[in-house]
Design a protein around this ligand. Structure first.
Ligand code: HEM
Length: 462
């Protein structure tokens, strides 16, 4: 038992948070964590329960697992569990004056401008874009061949995101510079950048050059829109029309920064979830047959695809949710502890890093029956395993930082696989891949190749 006198929320005795064994001198659990963070954290959870601590180098981390602990994590106020201090590496990418560079209430106001652009009427238009872009992609493939699945999903989601989240004009420039600049910006997210985001390394220099290029591309589009009086229904326009509470309009650079925030939050994560969904469906042949039957039942033999149709595709939706559970693209969500935090009999000390892990929590056997098995029916009645508690599934986060693009992302993954499964017979050419924990979004290890053959009965959805 230890007495934690500094705890503002707890004056009585608190129990010491259990510590994971096996820490090496100086580096703590760093080696195990680098090798397989999910295996290491799952071991800690099963040995020590909902709350335990471990060390990566000098930093103390505390993992919160299970719905009650998630609830405490997501409900903690910003001045206690703080996201901004953890996401400082994004500031050179998104830019000054936006997102994690500003006070949390300003960030809330900035993201709040985008909610109208995600309402159902706008989603109708986005669903059309998702189907059109996937159809064009399908048209570009020959009768039969092989594709690198993660690369294909990346290309598709960049095209969909640039057109729907940013604007048609940016989509038109994907091949003329935007994709390269975006790629260089993405390379700015690396381990060194996490700790020292301003260090003048070659990767950081190309990141800073790319940020300027993107600002120029977006700036030209905004200037042309104002000049020509064009006002499309997209995220860029919502931001151009918005004003802060004090009546000030957003600068072009702030608009660029907010659009980059959304693009970074939503594109790669969607590409990875789409990749895992394809992989799981292709090895579950009987479930795949049910997904195809559902497509026929919803759209008939010739019907055109729509948001309403997507909403009716619950068999497909359960498969996507099952992939969110088994393969959450973001395996760790982290906050800095600014004030000691009481949880059950414990006090999480100031200065530690608190985290939840969707990848660990989604396989807790007391929440999910046979947790390593792909079984989308666990979300259908009567099981409805995700309804046991508000925070059973946390692949899209929770609380005030919960994902604003969850619905968009789910629709997108559904639309992509509805079109591709309708057009092609597909099979996995390589072994089912392991997760690659070397990247900030957890996709599959290479190689991950699909063989495709055009189906004679495949329809053309436009
Ligand atoms: C499969 C795709 C996606 C996944 C797995 C995902 C996951 C998440 C998670 C876990 C968080 C919480 C982060 C935290 O608590 O630290 C988050 C936040 C966020 N997501 Fe998503 N996301 C996806 C797609 C999208 C899309 C398509 C958009 C935009 C339309 C988007 C926009 C955002 C934004 C802006 C935030 C920050 C919210 C805040 O901090 O207030 N995401 N996302």
């Amino acid at each position: 038992m230890v007495q934690l006198r500094s705890a503002s929320t707890a004056s009585q005795e608190a129990r010491e948070i259990p510590a994971l064994d096996g820490a090496a001198p100086l580096i703590g659990h760093l080696r195990d964590f680098q090798r397989d963070p999910v295996a290491m954290l799952s071991r800690g959870q099963s040995q020590l329960g909902d709350l335990f601590r471990f060390r990566l180098g000098p930093r103390q981390f505390v993992l919160f697992s299970g719905p009650e602990a998630h609830d405490a994590f997501f409900s903690a106020p910003e001045d206690q569990l703080n996201a901004k201090s953890v996401y400082q590496f994004t500031v050179p990418i998104f830019g000054r004056g936006v997102a994690y560079d500003v006070a949390p209430q300003v960030m809330d106001e900035q993201l709040g401008f985008l909610y109208p652009a995600l309402r159902d009427s706008a989603m109708q238009q986005f669903a059309r874009i998702m189907f059109e872009e996937t159809s064009q992609f399908a048209d570009s493939l020959g009768e039969a061949g092989e594709i690198d699945l993660p690369a294909a999903m990346n290309e598709l989601t960049v095209n969909i995101a640039s057109r729907s989240l940013i604007g048609q004009e940016v989509r038109d420039q994907v091949d003329a510079g935007f994709a390269d600049a975006y790629h260089d910006l993405q390379k700015g997210i690396n381990t060194l950048g996490f700790f020292l985001p301003r260090l003048p390394t070659p990767a950081h220099r190309s990141r800073d050059r790319a940020r300027k290029q993107v600002a120029e591309i977006f700036g030209r589009v905004m200037t042309a829109r104002r000049r020509d009086g064009v006002r499309p229904d997209d995220f860029m326009q919502s931001l151009m029309d918005a004003t802060y509470e004090d009546g000030r309009a957003l600068s072009d650079d702030e608009i660029t920064g907010i659009l980059l925030t959304v693009l970074f939050a939503g594109q790669h994560t969607s590409a990875v979830l789409a990749t895992w969904t394809g992989l799981e469906l292709l090895r579950a042949s009987s479930y795949l047959a049910r997904v195809r039957d559902e497509t026929r039942a919803v759209y008939g033999e010739t019907g055109s695809m729509s948001l309403d149709g997507l909403k009716q595709q619950v068999t497909m939706e359960h498969a996507v949710r099952e992939c969110e559970r088994l393969h959450p693209p973001l395996i760790l969500l982290i906050r800095k502890v600014l004030k000691p935090m009481r949880y059950a009999d414990y006090v999480v000390p100031e200065g530690a890093l608190a985290m939840v892990s969707p990848a660990v929590s989604h396989r807790l056997p007391h929440l999910f029956a046979n947790p390593d098995r792909f079984n989308p029916d666990r979300f259908a009645p009567p099981a409805r395993e995700d309804r046991q508690h508000h925070y059973t599934l946390i692949g899209f986060g929770g609380g005030k930082h919960r994902c604003m693009g969850k619905h968009f992302a789910e629709m997108q993954v559904k639309a992509i696989w509805t079109v591709l499964l309708d057009r092609f017979d597909l099979s996995l050419e390589t072994d089912f891949p392991a997760p690659n924990y070397g990247s900030w979004v957890t996709g599959p290890e290479a190689p991950c190749r699909l063989r495709y053959r055009r189906r004679s009965q495949g329809r053309v959805f436009r």
